[in-house]
Design a binder for this molecule. Sequence first.
Ligand SMILES: [Zn+2]
Length: 155
Amino acid sequence: MHENQISPSEWEVMRVVWTTHPITSKEINDSLKAKKEWKLATTKTLIGRLVKKGMLSTEQKGRKYEYSPVVSEKESIDEAIDDLLNQMCTTKVGQTIETILEKSTVSMSDLERLEALIQEKKVNAPEKVKCGCTPGQCSCVHQGGKNDGDEIVSD
Ligand SMILES: [Zn+2]
C-alpha cells in the first residue's frame, strides 16, 4: 500500500498539472471550471494536500506560487493499479482484468497489443495461480487442500 494515495478530487488537480506545468493555483482552478465548480480556496486546499503528499513541488515566482508534478502520471497510475491488485486474492486478478476489459472501450491497436501480450503470457502461465492470502481472507483452500490439481489440462 502507498501511504500517499490520492483522492478522486486530487486526481482532477493532478491531471491538470501533468498536462501543463509549471502552473499557478488560479490556472488550475480555471482549467477545472467547466468540470468542477470549485472555489479557488477549494482548489488551493487540494493543492496543499498534494504538496504535503509529495505529489507536487512548489516554486515561488514573484508574488505567485507555481506548481509542478513530482511523480509522473504513468507512475501514479501504476501505483493505483498495484494498490488495487494488492487488495485481492491473487486468484481473482485474472477475473478482475477481464472485468476491466469488458467495461472498457479500447482501440484496435490496444487490442492487438493485448493479444500479443496474452500470447507471450501463455508461454509461462501456471496451470493455477497460487494464493498468498492470510487464511480467513479468501475462500481458497490453503496448504494442500482439495482445490489443488483440479482443472488439469494435459499437454
Ligand atoms: Zn486467496
